[in-house]
Every structure is written in C-alpha cells, then in structure tokens.
Design a protein. Structure first.
Length: 119
C-alpha cells in the first residue's frame, strides 16, 4: 500500500483546510486509515481514524468537533477536514493505513504534509 498525502499549508487561526491522502496498491487489504501529527519537539500523536468501509470514525479529544475524517471509496482517498484551526494545530500531518483489525497500529505511512497556523 502506498499513501500520498497533500493539502498542507500556511493559514491563519480560525481558518479551514482539507488534507487528502490517496491510497494505491493493495487497497483491498486496508482495514482502516488514520491521520497523525507531529509538532516540533513533540511526539507523534493520533488525530483521527476511519474504517475503510467508512462506517466508524475516531478522533482525538483535541480535535473533536473541529476536524472531520471522511473517505471517498471511488478515489481510495481519505480526507481530513480541519475547521477552526488553532496555532497549536501546527504540525507535520501524516496519513497511515493498517491492514490489521486495529485503529492503533499502522503498517503503512505516507510522507508528511506541513500545516502551519499563524495567530
């Protein structure tokens, strides 16, 4: 499975932005996909996850109510819609996929995409 993330950028606080992650290869083996982020000097943290069927979604408390994860099955693409962005959302965002029945352990990772939120 190969993952290609895109959509990062520089935005002002309060703005919205959408990240995309296109999956290719053995996509039929994917169980779930997730978004993680890593801010400078901090450990990578979970942001959101979605089952490959799209029926189940999970969010970190820090983004609940502001971020929405969604999947376009026809395009094998997962999106992260981010609203009401805050400076503390600044990080490199990574998408990931797992072929196992888990939402916490991921086998495949895309390259990161930088989000910078200015105050």
């Amino acid at each position: 499975v190969q993952l290609q993330a895109s959509g990062g950028g520089l935005v002002q606080a309060g703005s919205s932005l959408r990240l995309s992650c296109a999956a290719s290869g053995r996509t039929f083996s994917i169980y779930a996909m997730g978004w993680f982020r890593q801010a400078p000097g901090k450990e990578r943290e979970f942001v959101a996850a979605i089952s490959w069927s799209g029926g189940n979604t999970y969010y970190a408390d820090s983004v609940k109510g502001r971020f929405t994860i969604a999947r376009d099955g026809a395009k094998n693409t997962v999106y992260l819609q981010m609203n009401s962005l805050k400076p503390e959302d600044t990080a490199v965002y990574y998408c990931a996929a797992t072929t196992r029945s888990t939402y916490t352990n991921y086998d495949y990772w895309g390259q990161g995409t930088q989000l910078t939120v200015s105050s």
